[in-house]
Design a protein around this ligand. Structure first.
Ligand code: SF4
Length: 316
């Protein structure tokens, strides 16, 4: 066979789409992102309308993580792959600087597609550059995390006037080990809140996700809010579990194994888009707002209504 014939032979490449455009180093897929500022889905329960996720996928492996579906769009699965194959936007700082030239300085959430202070950040060190770029552009931002590594950047965050929202949905370690196996325990996160406040960082707690019928008992909510207040958080806000495609299958598979008696109740509570019934969510957020007031914490703003049509998160 001559060279001409050889050039016509197509080699089948069945690797995931993201792998074809990444440098793979162990569990990390280093890629060059086309965009880094993304639209936040309206149904997310998050206050900000814009987000930056330097990492996609998350070694914290939370069963109910609402970002899981993003891995499917990259050709990976939303279950184990999301926990173990972490996409790193290696050019995140450089892209962000370019995009900020045209960005209207609206509030931005950081770390929704994967915790921005998960272990990968020790290797890639993207956050200091992101904080500096946002700060220079006077863009207000909130960092969402469960990781004590955020303390490394406490001075930068304090200087930038950033908000940190530490995620603590419950203080029951048995539930935490089962649904957030890769994250540090609630006590370590409460200590993280205290340390951030001590370092001059504005810090509140996102009770997310509250798990229906598992972590939503009146006593459980009260115990969690009381300890959040004792840790020194400025406020607390709740988001009830979302089950969008990807998250839904992974979470319900676990629920069926661990709590088969609850599967039917979840089917009644959630619509096909993965949003909990409005009555249920209102009841839980109302209870938590009352508890926050009882323990002397300020209200944290709720998300404002938006057009769900403009909602698809961009790909890397
Ligand atoms: S820490 Fe956040 S981003 Fe990471 S798996 Fe848990 S919910 Fe998802």
């Amino acid at each position: 066979m001559g060279w001409d014939a050889l050039s016509l032979v197509e080699v089948a490449d069945d690797r995931p789409a993201i792998e074809r455009r990444s440098v793979v180093r162990g569990m990390f897929y280093e890629t060059q992102a086309r965009t880094v500022i993304e639209k936040v889905p309206a149904a997310s329960g998050i206050t900000q309308h814009w987000a930056i996720s330097p990492y996609r996928g998350c070694a914290h492996a939370c069963r109910g993580c609402a970002a899981r579906g993003g891995h499917r769009r990259l050709g990976l699965d939303a279950g184990r792959d999301f926990d173990t194959r972490i996409v790193v936007k290696a050019n995140a700082v450089e892209r962000l600087r370019a995009e900020l030239r045209r960005f209207p300085a609206a509030p931005v959430a950081i770390g929704l597609g994967g915790d921005c202070y998960q272990e990968a950040e020790r290797t890639y060190l993207l956050m200091p550059g992101i904080i500096a770029a946002l700060s220079r552009a006077a863009v207000p931002f909130t960092v969402y995390t469960k990781s004590p590594l955020v303390l490394r950047d406490a001075a930068l965050l304090a200087e930038a006037g950033a908000q940190v929202a530490v995620s603590i949905a419950f203080v029951d370690e048995k539930i935490r080990r089962s649904v957030e196996p890769g994250a540090v325990g609630a006590q370590a996160r409460l200590e993280l809140v205290s340390a951030l406040v001590e370092a001059g960082v504005s810090c509140h707690v996102l009770m997310a996700p509250v798990l229906p019928l598992l972590s939503d008992g009146a006593d459980q909510l009260a115990a969690t809010v009381r300890r959040i207040a004792s840790a020194g958080a400025s406020g607390v806000r709740a988001v009830v579990l979302r089950l969008p495609p990807g998250t839904r299958e992974w979470y319900l598979e676990w629920l069926g194994r661990q709590h088969p008696g609850l599967v039917e109740r979840y089917a009644e509570l959630y619509d096909r888009g993965g949003v909990p019934s409005a009555g249920y969510e209102e009841r839980i957020t109302g209870q938590i707002a009352q508890l926050a007031a009882r323990y002397g914490m300020a209200p944290v703003p709720q998300p404002s209504p938006r057009d769900p049509a403009a909602d698809q998160l961009a790909l890397v």
